[in-house]
Design a protein. Structure first.
Lengths: 122, 122
């Protein structure tokens, strides 16, 4: 079964047919990772209760957790104002990152930005 | 002054030279929006304490808030594990979305996903 046509009509896809998915732990609100979805991945995500992405490296659907066990149960999915990004609130089993870190941003780490709030305190 | 070479070397850019930026309110942890950065935008963001993006529609640097007043003060920037997404924690003045909504995902709204947590309760 394909993606609901009223949703499909609202998406603004990349030339590769993808929208960006920001994945957030629903209760702690940690941003866990960013992934990509094609229409099939979004359809499965919306209808099965489990997060499914498009793997750009493997060029196939990626049912997160199938190999790692680190599945994501879907709580809510929201589209952004221009239709090219989805906020996916999930319950993450274990680590979101393939490295074993809880989030992919803990793996990459802090870029040492000037903190504008502290700077304006001075 | 260009982007720090040690950071530039870690980025995995789109063919257009961009990385994805997920923007989160630092205290409430709301995901406010998704935007894009080229090297110059990231450099300004990291060094000035203010969020700067690349506007794909206007093809120019976008110092958020210059026209709307809804600027974002940078608190922290983190790179993800594969270098193609940045988590930008900010303090948002007013609305993040150009529609006047607090977040771009409130504007687009709920896609009616099956809630996998509720489904598994039954």
């Amino acid at each position: 079964m394909p993606l609901d046509t009223s949703i499909a009509a609202r998406l603004k896809r990349t030339p590769d047919g993808l929208v960006c998915a920001v994945v957030q732990q629903h209760d702690t609100r940690e941003v866990l990772m960013v992934a990509w979805m094609n229409d099939d991945a979004l359809h499965e995500t919306l209808t099965t209760g489990r997060a499914v992405y498009w793997s750009r490296s493997r060029q196939q659907l990626w049912r997160k957790g199938d190999t790692s066990g680190h599945a994501q149960t879907v709580v809510r999915a929201s589209l952004d104002c221009d239709g090219d990004a989805i906020l996916l609130e999930v319950d993450q089993v274990g680590a979101a990152c393939h490295t074993g870190e809880r989030t992919c941003f803990l793996t990459g780490g802090d870029l040492g930005a000037v903190n504008g709030l502290e700077a304006s305190d001075g």
